[in-house]
Write a protein that binds this ligand. Structure first.
Ligand code: AHM
Ligand code: MG
Length: 281
């Protein structure tokens, strides 16, 4: 696990460099040999692959950018990752992130053993969830991450990050969100799940929702690369993570790219989500 985490540190530094220096569009300006069509997502995916496949304890990797896993002959861990989440936000200079779920045996919610995410914002921060959830920050001069603090959610927070297209929300979902606002919750939503969830964790609580909608019954966010890792982080930080009815980490998957509705938050907000959804099943 330590080896995987030090690989992720190197990955983060290299992806951050790519974000700053590479073109975000579909096509990178042609180089001297007149080739390459490069997207930052692909570049980031290659960076992660390069480091993770060299870690002896990693048996398999799969990412949001890959159709199937790449498997080696030995190693204990499987790593599912989103190399550059929210990449469309780079063009408007908002924060983006990388997400890693470290699994044993299979990619079920119950098989996840650790989760790590990195936020590339005005500063680069890395959050590691094992028994506890710890935040580190990059010292850009020494290229080292230093410990900042442990992240813990309070019973109840103040921030609301309601995802999905409102036009397609179910009426009971809309009513629930309206009620949170009436109670005094403040809207904090950038459209990047990494910074949005990072903000809630750092401000000690609230709710992030990406629900089922009339056009997307299974939500948008992917179980293996986005949802299970953050569910693990939130639960280890003293919060909860559900699909509206069940604990997200109790879910299995059929296809690597399966999505699920998801809610991450402090205990009190998740209690309200569960009650609302139960009444409207
Ligand atoms: P991506 O993996 O293609 O970048 O999509 C994931 C992102 C999340 O960061 C964010 O919460 C969500 O998509 C927002 O999606 P939308 O704007 O389509 O509602
Ligand atoms: Mg993503």
């Amino acid at each position: 696990m330590t080896e995987i985490i030090s690989a992720i540190e190197k990955i983060a530094i290299e992806i951050y460099e790519a974000i700053k220096t590479k073109d975000t569009g579909k096509v990178e300006s042609q180089n001297a040999s007149g080739d390459v069509q490069v997207k930052l997502d692909v570049i980031s995916d290659e960076i992660v692959e390069k480091y993770l496949l060299n870690v002896s304890s990693v048996r398999e990797i799969i990412s949001e950018e890959k159709e199937k896993p790449i498997t080696k002959n030995s190693g204990k861990y499987l790593v599912a990752y989103d190399p550059l989440d929210g990449s469309s936000l780079i063009d408007v200079d908002l924060s983006v992130g990388s997400i890693f779920g470290i699994y044993e045996n299979d990619y079920k919610g119950s098989d996840i053993k650790a989760a790590v995410y990195v936020v590339y914002g005005p500063r680069v921060e890395m959050v590691i969830a094992r028994d506890v959830v710890e935040m580190f920050r990059l010292n850009e001069k020494t290229h080292e991450f230093y410990f900042v603090k442990e992240l813990k959610l309070k019973e109840k927070g103040k921030i609301l990050a309601p995802g999905g297209t409102q036009k397609n929300w179910y009426p009971f979902h809309k009513e629930m969100i309206d009620n949170f606002f009436k109670e005094g919750y403040r809207l904090r939503y950038s459209g990047g799940m990494v910074p949005d969830l990072h903000q809630i964790l750092n401000k000690e609580g609230g709710l992030f929702a990406y629900p089922a909608t009339t056009d997307k019954e299974k939500g948008k966010l992917r179980k293996l690369f986005e949802v299970f890792p953050f569910a693990y982080v939130y639960k280890k930080a003293g919060g909860e993570a559900v699909d509206g009815y069940r604990d997200l980490l109790s879910l299995d998957y059929e296809n690597y790219h399966d999505t699920t509705p998801c809610f991450f938050g402090s205990k009190e907000e998740i209690r309200k989500v569960l009650n609302t959804y139960k009444e409207n099943k």
